[in-house]
Design a protein around this ligand. Structure first.
Ligand code: AMP
Ligand code: MG
Length: 417
């Protein structure tokens, strides 16, 4: 028996692993209720609330995939060539009214309805035109270059499921079904504020010992990208009454309350005291770097996330805990994980004990290989590390880092951060 054998994912004593914290949050989150009907353009970024069932075939009619000649597959020659008479034209929007019989063809454009009797289109480059006739050689397949009605979306089929995030492709899909309005989940309302006596808002001069509040801006950006209704409550002083008022205000007006700062251990702050009074909140120490302290629970009827104060920790904990929780609250279906394994171009060092989320730059190297490198300085206050990077390099709790050339796990920011 070897008592030094440990689960590589386990967190050291007293700390919660990232996975466990995510599971605990997920267990307490249920999608909000409330549906609205929106014109499809306004539904961009929203979450579908009801299935979309096709009432038409798309394409609505069988049509040509090429500019060329429509004909009967039965007329294709199996040896030598065949000579067919061109009896008319079929244009996109102006179908050929007649019927194609044996030995006949119709000039046809991409998207034009297939004439009655025809089942095959030959590309114009593949036939020889001879006055009123075309000469067709062997080597074609019956049915080629034809798009069947309903091939993309068949009448009666479920095209989009509830929980679908509506992105540009979905707007197009809805439009091709002739659907002008859709039922979507109402917007999630998220209130947020910063806490700290050292924080100044933009436009105020900095005095000794003061810094500008940046967390409200990264939070604003990340929340806006997620597509929620924002309620920015500003900077709240480390003052018992001010914090109590802010929590009351936030919880009364929002589905979710997010704060930054004032959740670290040992801090003589009023966030914890106020939450002990107003809410049911757990204060966790998570085995991750950056971002060890995290508070999670409920304040009134609102879900609450108390993020750490350090700017990089705010973004990392938002990405790992808040984003998936908000997406579930918004009614979004879980999306597949985008974790990658790639070689690391440089040697990275870390301390044993917590999972590192180092900031990295994912890129294609000179040999065309997807590779990650570090963005440099890694302190949890170094916000430019987020700006320079496009991914987190995830180094497991038990590791001491990675050697150059070693494969590492990478979490792309994927549009949110
Ligand atoms: P705290 O968790 O309140 O102890 O804050 C940890 C660190 O983050 C301190 O250096 C704070 O000054 C800094 N910090 C807290 N809130 C913000 C904020 N809104 N913007 C920038 N830095 C902050
Ligand atoms: Mg503070």
């Amino acid at each position: 028996m070897n008592d030094t054998t440990r689960d590589p994912c386990a967190a050291p004593k007293g700390l919660l692993s990232v996975t466990e914290a995510r599971q605990r949050i997920d267990a307490l989150i249920a999608p909000i209720r409330g549906i609205e009907q929106l014109p499809i353009r306004s539904a961009l970024g929203r979450i579908l609330a009801a299935p979309v069932i096709s009432t038409i075939d798309v394409p609505p009619y069988t049509n040509s995939a090429m500019d060329g000649y429509a004909l009967r597959g039965a007329d294709l020659p199996s040896s030598d060539s065949a000579r067919l008479r061109v009896i008319g034209r079929a244009m996109a929007g102006t179908p050929f009214a007649g019927q194609i019989n044996a030995g006949e063809a119709v000039r046809i454009m991409t998207g034009a309805a297939m004439p009655a009797g025809a089942d095959t289109v030959l590309m114009q480059e593949r036939v020889q035109v001879d006055g009123e006739h075309i000469v067709v050689s062997q080597g074609h397949k019956p049915g080629e270059n034809v798009r069947q009605a309903g091939e993309d979306m068949a009448v009666g089929s479920t095209v989009l499921e509830p929980g679908k995030h509506l992105l540009p492709a979905e707007l197009g899909v809805l439009a091709s079904l002739g659907i002008a309005e859709v039922r979507v989940q109402r917007l999630l309302r998220v209130a947020f504020f910063s806490t700290g006596d050292e924080l100044k808002s933009l436009g105020e001069p900095l005095e000794a010992g003061q810094i500008y509040d940046s967390n409200r801006y990264t939070l604003h950006g990340m929340l806006a990208r997620l597509g929620v209704e924002l309620l920015d409550l500003g900077v709240i002083r480390d003052d018992r009454d001010a914090i109590r008022r802010a929590f009351h205000d936030a919880a009364a007006n929002a589905d979710v309350v997010i704060t930054s700062g004032g959740v670290s251990v040992g801090e003589a702050d009023f966030v914890k005291q106020t939450l002990d009074e107003l809410g049911r909140v757990d204060f966790w120490k998570i085995a991750m770097k950056p971002g060890k302290p995290l508070a999670f629970g409920k304040v009134g009827a609102a879900m609450f996330f108390g993020l750490p104060g350090n700017p990089v920790s705010v973004m990392a904990t938002f990405y790992l805990f808040v984003q998936p929780a908000l997406q579930k609250l918004m009614g979004m279906r879980a999306t597949p994980s985008l974790t990658l394994r790639v070689p690391c171009a440089v040697t990275l060092k870390k301390d044993i004990g917590r999972t590192d989320f180092q900031r990295g730059i994912l890129h294609t190297d000179a040999h065309g290989v997807l590779t990650v490198t570090t963005s440099g300085r890694q302190g949890s206050h170094v916000l430019t590390s987020m700006s320079k990077s496009n991914c987190f390099i995830v180094l497991p709790a038990e590791s001491t880092g990675a050697q150059a050339g070693e494969w590492v796990e990478v979490l792309p920011f994927a549009g949110l951060i």
